[in-house]
Design a protein around this ligand. Structure first.
Ligand code: NAD
Ligand code: TYD
Length: 368
């Protein structure tokens, strides 16, 4: 018998968002055992959790979520009663190069977890009481919105993604996440598995792997490496500080309605080029460079294939039903984020060696 009030598997806890979720839960709930299940792909890094790795309510298990036998055993060994599922392949550009890996991890891996949860919880014979499978998804499953007013101020269009928006994914990444969402709903509808899904907008903050826009560009600005802006830089993303996402996940896990979906976003739309210019300003100021010193690094490159034009989340359901609101203004979150990357050069160096450099060179030819 476990001494813990709850035994929760967090998958992908060594990744960007997962590490914030694990840290948040381990610190807040000393009576929960948090079991971080992660395969440690290029995106998983135990250095993200150094500060909590010795805590007695934290356990790390290196495992591939697609390995059903191992996952099934974990559920019974740890008497798991909750799952917060974040493990995924998460980068759109990689999905364009290698869709199979995305189908394997994001679809098959999710089915493996759902099936292990169903088998374990049904074997306990108490109608799934006090059990929850919480699946973390993305706004990208909804497709892309129009840009009605590209030259005005945000919001850049009248439409937003709501929980009722029809799925219309365009990239192999978003198609694989949409598929995993469908499987989660199928397990709810077919077997009665208690599930919740949330779909969040773009996250930013510490520990994000520097292949995503914000950490990649902070790193490049520091080093004087060019900034590859896809297309005209007019695409719009809705940005949320990662710790606000972690808090929303905690809230939904504890207070969300089983079978429901919640959209999470900050009503914070930015055109890529405006965001990039702001980032250059902040980094240059912090490095004591004159205003505009790094503007020349902007390099417009061939657009991403199937590049979604605009994402914008309507998170009013979460605000109205569970009183969740983002805590940080974007400019403050960005300052915080830039400070973290400038102060954690060792982390950047650690994750940008080896495989990543090879990938970057394949994508862009060279780093200059
Ligand atoms: P990430 O790429 O930083 O981390 C993914 C983690 O999953 C890594 O630790 C990796 O080692 C692990 N992983 C990958 N394949 C695995 C496998 N087969 N078995 C076990 N572990 C495996 O991703 P992230 O940005 O932190 O995203 C986490 C989740 O949140 C994903 O499901 C993603 O779709 C979703 N999401 C991300 C964003 C965003 O802006 N980053 C926004 C909305 C939703
Ligand atoms: P990204 O961080 O990859 O997130 P997502 O594609 O999931 O939204 O990209 C954010 C935006 O920035 C997206 O519109 C693509 C664009 N982008 C660039 O212009 N250049 C880059 O090098 C990268 C990585 C992204």
């Amino acid at each position: 018998m476990s001494n813990f009030k709850r035994n929760i598997i967090v998958t992908g806890g060594a990744g960007f968002i997962g590490s914030h979720v694990v840290r948040h839960l381990v610190n807040k709930y000393s009576d929960y055992r948090i079991i971080n299940v992660d395969a440690l792909t290029y995106a998983g890094n135990l250095a993200n959790l150094k500060d909590i790795e010795q805590y007695s309510n934290y356990t790390f298990v290196k495992a591939d979520i697609c390995d059903f036998d191992i996952i099934r055993r974990l559920f019974s060994d740890y008497s798991v009663d909750g799952v917060i599922h974040l493990a995924a392949e998460s980068h759109v550009d990689r999905s364009i190069k290698d869709p199979f890996t995305f189908a394997r991890t994001n679809v098959m891996g999710t089915i493996s977890l759902l099936e292990a949860a169903r088998q374990q919880w049904q074997s306990e014979g108490n109608s799934f009481n006090n059990k929850l499978f919480y699946h973390i998804s993305t706004d990208e499953v909804y497709g892309a919105l129009e840009l009605d007013s590209p030259d005005g101020d945000a919001p850049y269009g009248s439409e937003f993604f709501t929980e009722d928006t029809r799925y219309n994914p365009h990239s192999p990444y978003s198609a694989s996440k949409a598929s995993s969402d469908h499987f989660v709903r199928a397990y709810h509808d077919t077997y009665g598995l208690p599930t919740i899904i949330s779909n969040c907008s773009n996250n930013y903050g510490p520990y994000q792997f520097p292949e995503k826009l914000i950490p990649l560009f902070i790193n490049n600005i520091c080093k004087g490496i060019s900034l590859p802006v896809y297309g005209k830089g007019e695409n719009v993303r809705d940005w949320l500080f990662v710790e606000d996402h972690a808090k929303a996940i905690d809230l939904i896990f504890h207070e969300g309605r089983v079978g429901d979906t919640y959209n999470i976003g900050g009503f914070n739309e930015w055109k890529n080029i405006d965001l990039i210019k702001l980032l250059i300003k902040i980094v240059d100021r912090k490095l004591g460079r004159p205003d505009g010193a790094s503007d020349h690094l902007i390099k417009y490159v061939t657009d991403r294939a199937g590049h979604d034009l605009r994402y914008a989340i309507d998170s009013s359901k979460l605000a109205n039903e569970l009183s969740w609101h983002p805590s940080l203004q974007f400019e403050d979150g960005l300052e915080k984020t830039v400070n973290w990357y400038l102060n954690n050069n060792d982390w950047i160096e650690g994750v940008t060696s080896g495989e990543y450099r090879q990938y970057y060179t394949e994508m862009y030819g060279s780093e200059e």
